[in-house]
Write a protein that binds this ligand. Structure first.
Ligand SMILES: [Zn+2]
Length: 297
């Protein structure tokens, strides 16, 4: 009898604990999904925007754009792509640079970066076996990078933001390479980052490479951190950093690097490069390399 009473008392305490425990969790951390509204939705939208995703206006209304941004975030962070903000997605959002986000802002504010997606317009760059165009891949990566940099407080100059040939207003007749350099040199930017995909006759060759102007110590240091971050962000084969005499590296006045993000001639790399989540990871790698360079680390 005594035992039975103890059992009931214990059960009662358990129920009490459960109800008092789950109460506040439900109130703060209930699932947010399409159609949800309120300050918690606005907080999620703010975090998404700060991490370089596009949830639309921060208005506390969980619409289709917010859902798409959540799915993109889940994709890049290895979460189930359900477009629902539950405890796992919320935790990942909070840890994905809430603290670093502030220091990134401190590092990048007042910095100007030229983001140069290669090729464009009549010049598709390298074309893969299944028809993937370098110009499209690097534009998507460049736009994503520009968004991340702006969200973190940097000034960004894109040499092109559509499938067009870059143009320099001060010299409309300039060819596409000269136009990139003219735009960069007129901008007073602190860094120039050109984005390309590689191609090779040997289709088995894959991976990530970063180039700097031969003999330029600063460029080499930037290339080193960028390559490190790119390999970390994408998991791609590390093909190292290399000195080169490319036109855009030789003629830009500011420190410059050129990223060859994957080999479009390789079936595996080509497949990755078509994937919006992968393109975003490439952009994240470049972004972290830029932050490390400006941070002096
Ligand atoms: Zn190229």
């Amino acid at each position: 009898m005594v035992r039975k009473r103890r059992y009931w008392a214990l059960l009662f305490v358990c129920i009490l604990l459960l109800t008092t425990y789950t109460g506040p969790v439900q109130a703060q951390g209930g699932l947010l999904l399409l159609g949800s509204t309120g300050p918690e939705v606005a907080q999620v939208q703010r975090m998404l925007a700060e991490r370089g995703y596009d949830p639309g206006p921060v208005d506390g209304i969980f619409g289709l754009r917010t859902r798409q941004a959540v799915i993109s975030f889940q994709e890049t962070h290895g979460l189930a792509r359900d477009g629902i903000v539950g405890p796992l997605t919320l935790a990942a959002l909070k840890s994905a640079g809430a603290q670093p986000g502030r220091s990134e802002r401190a590092v990048l504010s007042g910095r100007k970066v030229v983001v140069d997606p290669g090729h464009g317009g009549p010049n598709p760059g390298a074309v893969g076996a299944s028809g993937t165009r370098e110009a499209d891949n690097v534009l998507a990566i460049g736009l994503s990078l520009a968004q991340m940099l702006k969200a973190a407080g940097a000034d960004v100059v894109l040499t092109r933001d559509a499938d067009v040939q870059p143009r320099a207003p001060q010299k409309p007749s300039a060819g596409q390479l000269e136009a990139r350099v003219l735009v960069a040199n007129a901008s007073g930017a602190h860094l120039f980052v050109s984005i390309h995909n590689n191609a090779h006759r040997d289709r088995s060759i894959s991976g990530m490479m970063t180039f700097y102007l031969e003999g330029d110590a600063t460029g080499k240091a930037i290339a080193r951190v960028m390559q490190e971050e790119l390999v970390k962000a994408t998991g791609m084969k590390d093909r190292g950093i290399h000195g080169a005499r490319f036109y855009v590296l030789r003629n830009t006045k500011m420190p410059a690097v050129l990223v060859e993000a994957g080999f479009i001639s390789n079936a595996g790399d080509e497949r990755l490069l078509q994937d919006p989540a992968f393109r975003r990871r490439v952009a994240e790698g470049i972004f972290r390399g830029i932050v490390r360079y400006f941070n002096g680390s």
